[in-house]
Design a protein around this ligand. Sequence first.
Ligand code: CDP
Ligand code: MG
Length: 695
Amino acid sequence: MAQFWKPGTERPPLLDDDDGGILLYSASSSSSGYGYVSIEKQRQRLPVFKYRTAILYLVETHATTIVVGETGSGKTTQIPQFLKEAGWADGGRVIACTQPRRLAVQAVASRVAEEMGVKLGEEVGYTIRFEDLTDRDSTRIKFLTDGVLLREMMEDPLLTKYSVIMVDEAHERSISTDVLLGLLKKIQRRRPELRLIISSATIEAKSMAAFFHTSKKRRGLKGEDCVPKTEPAILSVEGRGFNVQIFYIEEPVSDYIQAAVSTVMSIHDQEPMGDILVFLTGQDDIDAAVRLLTEEAQNNRKSSSGLVVLPLYSGLSRADQDLVFSPIPRGKRKVVISTNIAETSLTLEGVSYVVDSGFSKQRFYNPISNIENLVVAPISKASARQRAGRAGRVRPGKCYRLYSEEYFVKEMSAEGIPEMQRSNLVSCVIQLKALGIDNILGFDWPASPSPEAMIRALEVLYSLGVLDDDAKLTSPAGFQVAEIPLDPMVSKMILASNQLGCSEEIITIAAILSIQSIWISVRGQQKDLDEAKLRFAAAEGDHVTFLNVYKGFLRSGKSPKWCNKNFVNYQAMRKVVEIREQLKRIAQRIGIVLKSCESDMQVVRKAVTAGFFANACNLEAFSHNGMYKTIRSSQEVYIHPSSVLFRVNPKWVIYNSLVSTDRQYMRNVISIDPSWLIEAAPHYYQHHHPNSIPH
Ligand code: CDP
Ligand code: MG
C-alpha cells in the first residue's frame, strides 16, 4: 500500500484520547467481541451522559436549545430518554425526534426501545411514510422523518401533542428540515411551552441560533414565570474520538469502485483487525462492489475466510439492515459498503478503517431548464471529515481517501449546499400552501431558495390545477392533491384516474413508482433479467409493464418462487401491496371511487399524462441514436436501457424521472399521443410552447 498512499497533513477534527482507550464493544453490538458491557454502562459511557443535567436545564429554561456533538456521542439515542426520565412525556405528552432518513428512523427507534427494554411500537415508536409503528395511547417517544412531521401539521397545525421536538441531523439541511425549522419558529410564538432541540454533528450553531433568536414579544402568554428565554442556548458535546490518520491516493483513480475494492483487500492483507467502512454512492455501485469483493475474497485463498461483506443503503430490507448491526463470527472482519447514510445518521461499532470515494448521490435542479436529477457529485470537505471521523470511534483509526490531497485542499468546497437550493420545490410549495402559508416568497427560511425555482414550482402547480390565479389552493383538487403523501404530479395522476375510470390501475402504478425498483438486479445476469422483463413488456411502456407484473404476482398467490423465477424482487412487491393498501384508503377518504378500466390502457396513459405532462419529450426527427428533446426546454434526453421502450423509441413519450450519467436518461417511460398534452394542460402548452405540439 505504501507506494500508493500519501499520508495527509490534515489534522482530523477529533480529540486525542486521554483515558487509555476504553473499549466500548459489547457482546451484542461488536463484531470482534471485546467482552460484555451492559447497556446501562454503555449509555453512561457515551459523551452526552456527562451533559445530562446541563441539557435538561437548558431545555427547561430556553425555548430552543442547539446541541452540537460528534456522531456517535449519543445525541439521538440518549436525549429523548433523558427528556422522558425528566418528565417531559408525562400527562400524555409525546417527545418527538425527527431524522431526514427513513432507515435512520427505524434503526434508532429500535435501538432506543432495546435500551429501555420495551417493545418497539409501544412506549417507543416510529412513523415513516406508509409505515406507522406507534400507539396512540402509549407512545411517549416517537421517532419520525421530518417529512412525516410536516404532514402531521396539516391535521394539527400547532403540533399540540408534542412537548419537545428534537430536530436531529440538522446539518444535513434537507428540504423538509429547513421547512420544518421555519414552521417551528412560527409555532413557538403561539406555543411558548413547546421546547425545540436542534441537534447536529457540524452545524454552524451561531447562524442557527441567529435564525431562532426573536426579539418579538410572544403572544398568548399568561404568567411571566413560565416564559423560557427566547435566545437559543448552544451546547457543545465534547466527543471522545480518537486520532484518525488520513491517507490520500497519489494519482487520481478512474474507477472508484475498483479502487475501493483493492483498498479494502490491501487493508485486509496488511492491517490489524478492525472493521472497514466504505463510502460509495448508491445501490448500483454498492452492489457491484459487494460482488467484486466477494469474488476477490473467494479467489484470494489467503483472505478467503476473513471477510464478511455487507451493503448498507435505504432500499434494504429490514433483515439486511439488521445484518449490518449484528455481530459476526469471531476472527472475521466486517466490511460495510454504504451510501452517505453512515456518514452521520448511523453509527456502526467497531469500524477502524474508512475508505472514502469522495462522492455521493446528490439532487440537482436547474430552474432554467426545470430539470431535476440525481447526480454522483463530489462531497464537501465537511463531509470528508465526518467520514474520516467514523474510523476513530473506538480506537485510533485510518482513513483512505480515493482522491489526492491537492484535490481535497483545492477543489472540494468547504460545505455542501442546502437541498433547498438545489431541488425542485413543487412538493415543498404545495405543503406550505396547504398549511395556509400564502406568501411563500416572504416565508422565513433558514436558507432562501432561489426565486426562479419558486416561480417554476408555482407555475407547475398552476398547470396541474392545484393553484388558482391568486396562487391559492384550488378546491377541491388542490386540497386533494395536498392530502396525498406523494409528489404532486403523482397525486394529480391519481385524481385524474378518478374521472378516467382507472383508479385501481393508477394506484398500483403510484405504489410501484414510490419504491426504488421491482426487479432483482444481478450483475452478470443482465441478459436473463432482460428476458424476464420481456415476458411482461407492454408496447405502451413501463407503467403498463408494471401492471402486468403486479397482475402476475397476484395470480401466483404472491409467491416468492414466482418472483425468483421472473427476476421480480419479492420484498419490493410485498411493499408495493402494502403501500397500495394505504393509498387506496387515502384515495377513498378524499372521494376517489375505486374502479378498474380492465384492458383499456389508453385511459391509463391519459391519466399518467394528466400528472406528468411537464415531462413530455419528442423523438428528434432523423435521430439514429434515440435522442429526444424535452418539450419545455429542448433538453437532450435518452430512454434508459432499463426501460422496455429502450430501442423502441416511440415518437412521443413522458418520463417519470431523469438520471444522469454520461447522458440524461429517462426512467419509467410511457408513450403518449401529443394531443393529450393540450387536453391535460392547456395553459402550459398553449401559452409556453405553442409551436411544439402538432394540433
Ligand atoms: O446521535 P449520535 O450520533 O450522537 O449518537 P447515537 O446515534 O445516539 O449513538 C450512540 C451510541 O449508540 C453509539 O455508540 C452507537 O453505536 C449506538 N447505537 C447502536 O448500537 N445501534 C443503533 N441502531 C444506534 C446507535
Ligand atoms: Mg444521531
